[in-house]
Design a protein around this ligand. Structure first.
Ligand code: 3PG
Length: 214
């Protein structure tokens, strides 16, 4: 499977901030704070009513950041995030119905996998780029190494329990494209509109990625 440019962009960034947005008006300053720290991708999760409008606003107003829709769990959401301007989509798991809906959108999709059966389903559907979720809870680095053994054609974005402290262990694996996590945008920083803190965390993460990749 060829790598979509959007997936290549996630891989180049190395870290994908997973964000929860409660108020549409913070979406752009938050994304700008990430950009200021060198992160040019953002995964806006559909976990709050404001998410779709936030995604739309970021996609429209900040062309320099790659807008990714996260927590897409129904076929209907797949169509909606495309209309909102998402350029890639992430789900916590894999279902045939979301796979089919994603195919209609033509957008790159990273379904979530945590077991060999999940990987078999994803591979059968030609989905070779997957989220490994929840990464730490599903076995962490040793778990991913064991899981990916039978699936050498797959690449993963481990997410769930990933932080600055352990991202290097994942990124050292050749089967890891990038890592994702909410540590880059802590709830407190969002609540306090502490964009300097978001920029600092983004910069730290990008420096770590650069150091690891030499
Ligand atoms: C996700 O949906 O990707 C996870 O909730 C992120 O996990 P984290 O909060 O442990 O980074």
């Amino acid at each position: 499977m060829s790598t979509a440019p959007e997936i290549a962009r996630l891989a180049a960034c190395g870290v994908v901030p997973v964000v929860v947005i409660d108020e549409v008006e913070i979406a752009v300053p938050l994304a700008q704070a990430l950009l200021a720290g060198g992160i040019d991708v953002i995964e806006i999760t559909l976990r709050r009513p404001a998410a779709m409008a936030a995604l739309e606003k970021v996609a429209r107003e900040l062309p320099e950041i790659l807008p990714v829709a996260g927590t897409v769990v129904t076929p209907q959401q797949a169509a909606e995030v495309q209309n909102a301007g998402a350029r890639a989509v992430v789900s916590p798991g894999f279902t045939e119905s979301v796979d089919e809906a994603m195919r209609k959108t033509g957008l790159p999709w990273l379904p979530g996998v945590a077991t060999a059966s999940d990987c078999m389903r994803a591979v059968s559907a030609g989905r070779l780029h997957c989220k490994f979720f929840p990464a730490e809870q599903a076995g962490g680095v040793p778990g991913l190494k064991a899981l990916s053994g039978p699936f050498p054609q797959m690449k993963f974005c481990p997410t769930g329990g990933v932080s600055l402290a352990n991202l290097g262990n994942y990124l050292a694996l050749p089967q890891v494209l990038c890592v994702g996590g909410s540590w880059l945008v802590p709830a407190d920083a969002v609540k306090n509109r502490d964009w300097a803190q978001v920029t600092k965390l983004a910069r730290e993460a990008r420096e770590k990625v650069a150091e690891l990749r030499g």
